[in-house]
Design a protein around this ligand. Structure first.
Ligand SMILES: NC(=O)c1ccc[n+]([C@@H]2O[C@H](COP(=O)([O-])OP(=O)(O)OC[C@H]3O[C@@H](n4cnc5c(N)ncnc54)[C@H](O)[C@@H]3O)[C@@H](O)[C@H]2O)c1
Length: 439
């Protein structure tokens, strides 16, 4: 393995096109936020690329620049937005319907948001049962549809004069699907595009189109999408970074903050019951058992790799972990999550922790879209390709190379992300060894 940092990272010159698949609650909250920040109307709270700092060298060196001053990232002023959706609403109309942002915050941005009109999407209702898209592409084969998406990307790039693009999936959660033979090799996948293989989902067609052009692709939903050997092969072949799956916000974020603490203090867990009420379109889509199964797999996986029950069977070997999502329209995007955690300590005495998180889903997700777009673009300019495991920080169900287990602990993920930035810039990784080591 090459452990030398890349010799050069191409500078972030010119415009960066951020192409969003799905112009719903998350995408419009993201676009509105960036537009407001550019105009000095809001601050980028929650974004590591905009507000995060990174320590370099020893603590006594006092070198802690902002991340964005340390690595070359696209400036917010150089971002141009594009989108696809299966409904024709522009970003202003969609944001109004999503009811995440208040009128007083949307109205000043009306002109910019209204100008963002989605391109027709690639859609099949078998994959998202609850939606009946009207603004969709037609094509004889899935290969034709992929070609239409590639044409969209090229026309967008020419029209907007962008130097580089990234694609971020912010579309609805597709039905759960296990890996099938058509996903195993690029050759099988390309044949499947020609023959309209039913196991190729719309999100895979978007990923294929982006990667065919060498464009980075980030997957914010739990469906397989780019997490297949076939598309990973294409990413390697065309030098495109990929990352996923499922933005880590809300309840799972809390879990990956709390569980590492219990594990560090060797507190046992008998059960962890999580339930949510949610009333946005995402919640409606997740009412379908197929879409919920994708989400459930993604939400359930986090505790095992943090707690490692195989190493600590007495503490975590018999844990009952349940996750529920209930669609409850009055709440809109303001999800409420409850966690009941039954833990035990010294001599087996039981204790309980209750967490009631009244969160705002899209407010938590929007800065992740920004960071991922900028860091995926950085990866591309640094010559990184294939799975970007260092971006696990942002995902509920991080993609990893075959044979590795994903890292879910938020604090290890943060260290990994920052050490990767240090590595890219030729700085020493931080080990946290102190002076006592030498005495
Ligand atoms: N908000 C969060 O905290 C969060 C966290 C993790 C993951 N996610 C995921 O992010 C995605 C977006 O969430 P949201 O709240 O914005 O949902 P949303 O329902 O408001 O928006 C999704 C949009 O995608 C569109 N769409 C669906 N299929 C499409 C296709 N094939 N092509 C183009 N557009 C398509 C829908 O019409 C809709 O406008 C969901 O999959 C959700 O599970 C959200």
């Amino acid at each position: 393995m090459n452990t030398q940092p890349p010799k050069t990272i191409q500078p972030a010159e010119g415009k960066l096109g951020i192409l969003l698949v799905g112009l719903g609650a998350v995408s419009t909250t993201f676009i509105a936020g960036v537009t407001a920040i550019r105009r000095g109307l809001a601050r980028p709270f929650g974004s590591l690329t905009q507000m995060g700092t990174i320590r370099l060298g020893k603590r006594t060196d006092h070198r802690t620049p902002l991340v964005k001053d340390f690595v070359s990232l696209a400036s917010l002023n150089d971002i141009v937005f594009g989108a696809w959706d299966i409904f024709p609403d522009n970003a202003y109309e969609s944001a109004t319907r999503a009811k995440v942002l208040r009128t007083e915050h949307l109205e000043p941005l009306r002109a910019e948001l209204s100008a963002i009109k989605p391109m027709p999407g690639v859609f099949e209702q078998t994959w998202v049962k609850k939606l009946n898209g009207t603004h969709v592409k037609r094509g004889k084969t899935k290969r034709d549809l992929a070609e239409q998406l590639k044409d969209d990307i090229k026309s967008f790039s020419d029209r907007e004069r962008v130097n580089r693009c990234v694609v971020v999936w912010c579309g609805s959660t597709e039905m759960y699907s296990p890996l099938k033979p058509v996903h195993q090799t690029l050759a099988a996948f390309e044949k499947g595009l020609e023959t309209n293989d039913p196991d190729i989902s719309p999100s895979m067609i978007y990923a294929y189109a982006a990667l065919s052009l060498g464009i980075p692709y980030a997957n914010g939903a739990p469906n397989l999408s780019v997490d297949t050997p076939a598309l990973q092969e294409l990413a390697q072949k065309n030098g495109a970074p990929i990352s996923g799956k499922d933005f880590k916000t809300g309840q799972t974020l809390m879990k990956t903050i709390l569980a590492p603490g219990f594990r560090a203090r060797l507190l046992g867990i008998e059960g962890w019951y999580s339930t949510n009420i949610l009333g946005n379109r995402d919640g409606e889509v997740l009412e379908d058992p197929g879409s919920f199964k994708s989400k459930e797999e993604s939400k359930l996986s986090v505790l095992d790799t943090i707690l490692q029950p195989e190493l600590n069977p007495e503490l975590y070997g018999d844990m009952c972990h349940v996750v529920r999502i209930n669609y409850y329209p009055p709440r809109g995007d303001n999800k409420e999550g409850w966690d009941n955690i039954d833990i035990f300590g010294w001599m087996g005495y039981p204790m309980q922790i209750k967490v009631n998180f009244l969160c705002r889903d899209s407010i938590l997700a929007a800065p992740l879209v920004l960071d991922l777009a900028l860091l995926m673009d950085l990866s591309k300019r640094a010559g990184l390709k294939g799975i970007q495991e260092w971006l696990s920080f942002y995902y509920k169900s991080p993609m990893v190379a075959a044979g590795l287990y994903p890292e879910h602990n938020l604090f290890i993920q943060e260290t990994k992300l920052k050490n990767t930035l240090r590595y890219l810039m030729g700085e020493e990784p931080i080990t946290h060894l102190g002076r006592e080591y030498y005495s």
